[in-house]
Write a protein that binds this ligand. Structure first.
Ligand SMILES: [Zn+2]
Length: 479
């Protein structure tokens, strides 16, 4: 058979967002794949945390254990592990993915969180992952220069830049005129992402196909960034899907070189409201009041409580959308629930009583402990409390898995929903990482003839064997 595989990761697009865009005719090429090439939209569950590093580790390695969020505190190495511009994953990378068979072994992995055994990343990383440099890894310059040297690309890029800036300015003004508060930092990153990285990644994928790499995995973040900025339901965000559809079409047109195409997402997004706002105080400030003498540091934010030299201890509050992990920073291991309740009896009940908090989670030995609205619940009794976030028979094991991670916070918090929007611990208009709504429900678009079934996929790590089998089937080494 000897077919090659290119997998396009469109970040943050839930199955519902995709189907809505198709219904509204905003993704004509994906519609063509469905109508004319026998593609079907498979829904799957990414698990909790519903965030990129967790989902991509699952998809690329089949193992996303001990990845509790987009960022977390590593108690042993005493570092804040995060992805994004100031990535620090390399400081703990040696403790991950041992004995895993990466999906893109010997292939190309472009604009993703991890090198995933790929021979080349075309110099484009979702983060600086210099620890993953392979012999043949080329520098970004080797991609950028030929790309910009082509007047068509340059013209296309300049035109897109102007159009995008004008559009975003318009979207921003419109959102403000409607009393909405776009998350400014994301408006800017969105522009850069959509104009620059998106184009470059697309060009790198075409280059990798010309050079015959397989499998190829490439991440596109335009939708996710704009959804963080304006909220996933916003008109301008759905327009980002048009852009994504155009890129899928361009890459698909290069399939002649013996490639099969899969398009997937890693999680969805929900509309959110800031935790602190409308008279509500920041979580750090609330925590400092509940923990007199402790200095509370919101990682990526402010510090509250006494100065370091006067503090009896420090708490790191680490956020990822509607998910928060709280760490007693001096500790080398996760604090058990009983000790927590002995040391700080008011803390957990107090947090669970906040209107912005839906659920508090802690670990008592091997047992999960939840608090909701001032009440403690354990075991199967918790199902009733989480039923409106997703099927409790699926969600409870997902929460329990996260709660089994040593890297998880001493206390884990989940934002409540109000008026259909989730309280977000970060300054975003759209978010993910937590429970409830579309964020838990991404998609995988593949040909019906490949016989893929994702109905029982309850975690992104269960997508890995499905794609590995497809890769091998296409090459002709698997069933
Ligand atoms: Zn993502």
């Amino acid at each position: 058979m000897g077919r090659k595989l290119v997998i396009l990761h469109v970040d943050g697009v839930s199955a519902d967002s995709l189907e809505q865009a198709l219904r509204e005719g905003e993704m004509p090429f994906v519609q063509h794949l469905i109508d004319a090439e026998g593609y079907v939209v498979h829904r799957y569950r990414c698990g909790v945390p519903s965030t990129t590093p967790f989902a991509q580790a699952g998809i690329l390695y089949g193992d996303n254990a001990e990845i509790p969020s987009f960022r977390w505190w590593d108690r042993e190495r005493r570092v804040l592990v995060q992805f994004g511009a100031r990535s620090s994953f390399k400081k703990v990378a040696d403790t991950y993915f041992r004995d895993c068979e990466p999906l893109t072994k010997g292939g190309a992995c472009i604009a993703a969180c991890y090198p995933a055994g790929a021979a080349d990343d075309f110099g484009i990383a979702y983060q600086d992952r210099s620890y993953g440099q392979e012999e043949r890894s080329r520098s970004a310059a080797r991609v950028l220069v030929p790309y910009l040297a082509n007047p068509v690309h340059l013209g296309d890029w300049v035109w897109q830049t102007v159009a995008m800036l004008a559009r975003t300015a318009g979207d921003y003004t419109e959102a403000r005129s409607k009393g909405r508060r776009p998350a400014r930092p994301y408006v800017v990153t969105n522009v850069v992402e959509e104009i620059f990285v998106h184009h470059l990644t697309r060009y790198a994928v075409e280059q990798a196909m010309r050079e015959g790499y397989s499998p190829i995995y490439a991440g596109f973040y335009a939708f996710d960034e704009s959804a963080h900025a304006f909220g996933p339901g916003d008109r301008s965000v759905r327009r980002a899907l048009k852009h994504v559809d155009h890129s899928i079409r361009k890459i698909a047109s290069a399939r002649g070189n013996g490639y099969e195409l899969v398009v997937l997402s890693d999680h969805g997004q929900v509309d959110t409201i800031p935790f602190a706002g409308a008279g509500r105080r920041p979580l750090g400030e609330v925590l400092a009041e509940m923990l007199p003498g402790f200095r509370v540091q919101e990682m990526k934010g402010k510090a509250y409580g006494p100065p370091d030299d006067a503090a009896q201890g420090r708490v790191h509050a680490i956020f990822s959308g509607g998910l928060a992990h709280l760490y007693f920073a001096e500790r080398r291991e996760r604090i058990g629930y009983r000790e927590l309740m002995t040391l700080h009896p008011q803390l957990v009940p107090g947090l669970s009583g906040l209107e912005q908090i839906a659920l508090v989670m802690a670990r008592d030995g091997e047992e999960d402990v939840f608090w909701k609205a001032g009440l403690e619940v354990r075991g199967p009794a918790a199902k009733a409390e989480i039923a409106h976030y997703d099927d409790p028979d699926i969600l409870l094991p997902q929460l329990s898995r996260l709660n089994s991670f040593k890297a998880a916070g001493d206390i884990v918090l989940f934002g409540a929903f109000s008026g259909g929007r989730q309280f977000n611990f970060e300054n975003q208009a759209g978010g993910h990482g937590s429970i409830g709504g579309d964020q838990l429900h991404p998609f995988l678009l593949a040909k019906r003839e490949w016989g893929i079934d994702t109905s029982e996929v309850h975690g992104a790590h269960e997508v890995h064997p499905i794609l590995s089998r497809l890769r091998d089937h296409l090459i002709g080494v698997g069933p």
